[in-house]
Design a protein around this ligand. Structure first.
Ligand SMILES: [Mg+2]
Length: 276
């Protein structure tokens, strides 16, 4: 998939996930728009996963630790054929498996997440199992930046470095915001690169909305043999819809009819700009 096709995919995913949230009158809008370019590149360029090999022991594993942004994951999995797109119309409905956080009832989802601070620990276990089994699969996990306040992440980082898990890549959706405000005001994280390096990880920084840069970085793991890889993806919460960008109130805001129409028109204009 070339750069232009990837950009089109990102806009299509944004339109689709906003449609799910609007229909359900629920969802995590800002964080899904923030991470969807990362998921786009992972599923269309990097991960060796497919619906017909969803249970193959050799498949790559993707664990979405920031489980609340599940709308982004659902639209990508539907696009890759793990389930029909029409299933998304049941998002957040009574008895639908497409609930507001990932569960293994949905094909393609590896692990239940959403209680923050668990995804990295599970991913470390999965990566260690791969090493012990001499199985070449890789493990990728996506964390929110607000999620890094959970101490379990730092225990997991120490463990991953101790066992030299270079089959593990963690990606931080570094949008600078969490549910109640700016990360640096709520529980300061910086300097993240230095902290991750001190915990024994090999660290790269990337523009988390530049699909070409993301592909280059995520396709070159491990960055160093014998070390787990950390990607700090610098993103904008609410990316793609100007009135939602960099505004913590859109963490789980649902657009009104007027706002929804405005958002879709803005995204469609972006589509025309790239000639699609
Ligand atoms: Mg955040």
């Amino acid at each position: 998939m070339n750069e232009s096709e990837l950009k089109v995919k990102s806009i299509e995913y944004r339109i689709r996930l906003l449609g799910c949230i609007k229909k359900a009158q629920a969802g995590h809008t800002g964080g899904s728009l923030s991470c969807v370019d990362i998921l786009n590149v992972l599923y269309n360029c990097v991960l060796k996963v497919a619906p017909d090999t969803a249970n193959d022991p050799r498949r790559d594993r993707y664990i979405q630790s920031k489980g609340h942004s599940v709308e982004a994951l659902y639209v990508v999995l539907a696009d890759k054929g793990f389930f029909p797109d029409s299933d998304l119309d049941t998002f957040c409905r009574f008895q639908s498996p497409y609930v507001g956080h990932p569960t293994r009832k949905v094909k393609g989802i590896e692990h239940n997440t959403g209680a923050l601070g668990h995804g990295l620990a599970f991913s470390v276990g999965a990566a260690l199992a791969g090493k012990l089994d001499r199985n070449a699969y890789r493990v990728f996990t996506l964390l929110g930046d607000g999620e890094l306040a959970e101490g379990s992440n730092w225990e997991s980082m120490m463990t991953a470095a101790h066992y030299g898990l270079d089959n593990l890549t963690a990606i931080i959706d570094r949008n600078q915001l969490q549910i109640t405000g700016r990360t640096e005001d709520v529980c300061a994280l910086e300097s993240l690169s230095d902290k991750f390096a001190a915990f024994g990880w090999s660290v790269r920084n990337v523009d988390g909305h530049d699909v070409t840069a993301l592909r280059e970085v995520l396709s070159t793991t491990p960055f160093m043999a014998g070390k787990p890889s950390m990607v700090i993806a610098h993103t904008i919460k609410g990316k793609g819809v100007r009135f939602m960008e960099n505004d913590a109130s859109w963490h789980h805001g649902v657009p009104s009819d007027e706002q929804y129409e405005q958002a879709i028109q803005e995204l469609q204009a972006q589509m025309r700009e790239i000639g699609a």
